[in-house]
Design a protein around this ligand. Structure first.
Ligand code: KIV
Length: 271
């Protein structure tokens, strides 16, 4: 299984790191089979699995349930559990307890949390002090949509550009072993990636981060939205609906079950 050392070496060797989200047994199984470097049980599950408009209603119990299922599907993968909204905001005691649940109950190898302000830095340090590896997340942080005023690209002004660079250094110094950069200009993604010794993983952060992450349902064509940064590799939603329609038609027309699908009575003639 990969470890935090693997990702450090990948950055050093210039090997791009591929992260994908997974949320349950089948998605984790297919993701591990494809050889993905690192799995994120993202709180994006609130939108793509639970059908909410944003990630804010996802609970710790939801995340643990999905992390456990993901671990069952990907026993040999390095798994990061995404700490949900308000699970690392109140104080260090609650934060540590919640981070530990991902490891002890969920079977994750690390946790991720959003933000780089001083209170987040304190939480990253507290989790690291418990020997739990932390992935930081900066830029467009979806749990802050109300504070940010929506899903807007971050770091566009000179001032915000500099603030994000400062926060990137701060999360690295606090002990994060990896940084997700979301929704920022490519130049900022490049500068942060060159500045840090820890690997950066981009989503809508351009071509020069040390790795890329996308959402499972998004790349497979099962999401309602298709942002500019996304590449869709297949159209599973259409396939699924068409297959279900075929089943529906087969039953309605009496084409299913057919001869090959039925059980025959036991032959008792030999008695
Ligand atoms: O929740 C999530 O899936 C994420 C990734 C998009 C980085 O945070």
């Amino acid at each position: 299984m990969n470890s935090i050392k693997t990702y450090k070496k990948m950055k050093k060797d210039g090997e791009r790191i591929v992260m994908l989200t997974a949320y349950d047994y089948p998605s984790a199984k297919y993701t591990e089979a494809a050889g993905i470097d690192i799995i994120l049980v993202g709180d994006s599950l609130g939108m793509v699995v639970q059908g909410y408009h944003d990630t804010l209603q996802v609970t710790m119990d939801d995340m643990i349930y999905h992390t456990r299922a993901t671990r069952r599907g990907a026993p040999d993968s390095f798994i990061v559990g995404d700490m949900p909204f308000m699970s690392y905001h109140v104080n260090t005691t609650e934060t540590i307890k919640n981070a530990a649940r991902f490891i002890t109950e969920g079977g994750a190898n690390a946790v991720k949390l959003e933000g780089g302000t001083s209170s987040r830095i304190e939480m990253i340090k507290a989790i690291r002090n418990c020997e739990i590896p932390v992935v930081a997340h900066l830029g467009l942080t979806p749990q802050s949509i109300h504070a940010l005023g929506g899903y807007a690209i971050q770091g566009k002004s000179k001032k915000d550009f500099e603030i994000l660079k400062e926060q990137a250094l701060a999360v690295q110094n606090a002990g994060a072993f990896m940084l997700v950069l979301e929704g920022i200009p490519e130049q900022l993604g490049k500068e942060i990636s060159e500045m840090l010794i820890i690997p950066t993983i981009g989503i809508g952060a351009g071509r020069y981060t040390d790795g890329q992450v996308l959402v499972y349902h998004d790349i497979l064509g099962m999401s309602d939205i298709e942002p500019k940064f996304l590449k869709v590799y297949t159209r599973l939603a259409e396939n699924i609906t068409n297959s279900i329609k075929e089943f529906y038609d087969d039953v309605k027309k009496g084409n299913f079950p057919a001869e090959q699908h039925i059980y025959k009575p036991i032959n008792n003639d030999k008695k």
